[in-house]
Ligand binder design. Structure first.
Ligand SMILES: CC(C)(COP(=O)(O)OP(=O)(O)OC[C@H]1O[C@@H](n2cnc3c(N)ncnc32)[C@H](O)[C@@H]1OP(=O)(O)O)[C@@H](O)C(=O)NCCC(=O)NCCS
Length: 176
């Protein structure tokens, strides 16, 4: 059985972080669930950013602390995905963005990794004191909807987000 592990990113993963980011940019795929990685060419800068946000030190007033994980396949050390857990809500997160954002690198999609990664982060949500988490997806994102539903997501409604001009479907997952 494959061993897949959620880890906090550190600079020992610099080469992997670099190739992960580049793969998304080359594919024109959105880097969700990894904060500003798309804008940060230097992996060390991103790692430092994740540390700062988990501690909640020196972060902008309109943002909340978050924990960043990378999802690593132990057999080859490859980063398969990223998942970010927000410790609380801003008004935007409460209505649209939710507690959790994630993505799986293009070359590793459709192998059930997203379903497994979301499942694996739920115990950490409980450690944070979250009894249920809101997870959302744009209404055209079939794969993300199925990922949420596979993890027990209960549909709460759809809201129109005027800036991006998209419908967000909101789901709640009870953390066991
Ligand atoms: C959404 C995403 C994380 C799914 O990752 P994944 O590892 O391919 O998903 P899984 O293999 O776990 O599949 C989950 C389900 O979605 C289905 N699925 C995956 N890709 C699909 C696609 N392109 N079209 C339709 N269904 C798809 C799978 O068949 C599976 O369905 P099942 O429950 O019926 O078996 C990935 O496509 C991604 O990173 N997309 C870009 C970023 C993104 O959209 N993030 C989520 C923001 S809310």
């Amino acid at each position: 059985m494959e061993i897949l592990t959620l880890k906090r990113p550190d600079i020992s993963f610099s080469d992997e972080i670099h190739s992960y980011r580049q793969e998304f940019l080359d594919a024109g795929s959105p880097l969700n669930g990894c904060g500003p990685l798309a804008d940060m060419e230097d992996p060390a800068e991103w790692v430092a950013h994740t540390v700062r946000f988990e501690k909640g030190d020196d972060i902008p007033e309109d943002m909340v602390p978050s924990t960043q994980f990378i999802y690593v396949r132990e057999s080859d050390g490859k980063i398969l995905g990223t998942i970010q857990i927000r410790h609380s809500f801003t008004p935007f997160l409460e209505t649209y963005g939710g507690h959790i954002g994630y993505s799986i690198r293009p070359s590793e999609r459709r192998k059930e990794y997203a379903k497994q990664m979301l499942h694996d982060c739920l115990p950490y949500c409980k450690e944070l004191g979250l009894e249920k988490v809101m997870v959302s997806c744009v209404d055209t994102n079939v794969a993300s909807r199925k990922t949420i539903l596979a993890n027990g997501g209960v549909y709460d409604g759809t809201v129109w987000e005027p800036e991006e001009q998209v419908n967000f479907e909101r789901y709640w997952i009870t953390v066991e």
